[in-house]
Design a protein around this ligand. Sequence first.
Ligand SMILES: *[C@@H]1O[C@H](CO)[C@@H](O)[C@H](O)[C@H]1NC(C)=O
Ligand SMILES: *[C@@H]1O[C@H](CO)[C@@H](O)[C@H](O)[C@H]1NC(C)=O
Ligand SMILES: *[C@@H]1O[C@H](CO)[C@@H](O)[C@H](O)[C@H]1NC(C)=O
Length: 179
Amino acid sequence: MCSRHIGFILLLTLLFSAVKISSKFEFTNFECKSLDKSFDDFEYCHLKSFNRSYKYLSLKVKLFKTPIRKVKVRAILFKRYNGYKPFMFNITVDACRFLKNTKSNPAALYFFEFLKPYSNMNHTCPFDHDLIVEKLEVGFVNHQATKVLPFPEGDYQLETHWIAYDIDRAVVKVYGTLS
Ligand SMILES: *[C@@H]1O[C@H](CO)[C@@H](O)[C@H](O)[C@H]1NC(C)=O
Ligand SMILES: *[C@@H]1O[C@H](CO)[C@@H](O)[C@H](O)[C@H]1NC(C)=O
Ligand SMILES: *[C@@H]1O[C@H](CO)[C@@H](O)[C@H](O)[C@H]1NC(C)=O
């Protein structure tokens, strides 16, 4: 095949992927659960719809045993087929090490970029205050999930475990649909 053909096929492929990734993400549910109420508890955890295009997540978790110097976060992505099945990753990140140098872990950085503008967790350990995520917008997630790293369409659940001193203290689940 001559190089002009290859160029054309490449162009078509690019156009096709441009169409494919112009999809839309929507939050469908949001759940937070403390697994150790002597350690942490959620003051609020909600998904709000302002209007069709403006939906956001907020949460506030109170920490009772501050300062916290050892934190790990496990993130597991599920995709729905017949029920939710693990999909693509199940990673555990040492959050204190990561926050010292966010460039050290590109996968964790991808998710941290979602949270950073909306939370008060964007500093190095220790954590000596309640944690908040305020109005994490769907439009922003849309950009991250469809433009920065395209995902296939479907129903997703991102399950995160917040582990302090190697004990699982809270679970936060975000449900969404990419269509
Ligand atoms: C939805 O609400 C946001 C925030 O108030 C506003 O900026 C946006 O224009 C609204 N969109 C529609 C379609 O009403
Ligand atoms: C995720 O990984 C952890 C640690 O390896 C394991 O205990 C857990 O069962 C895994 N979860 C899923 C849903 O695969
Ligand atoms: C960290 O969070 C605060 C409060 O939400 C925000 O004002 C600040 O710009 C953030 N800093 C970075 C580096 O993202």
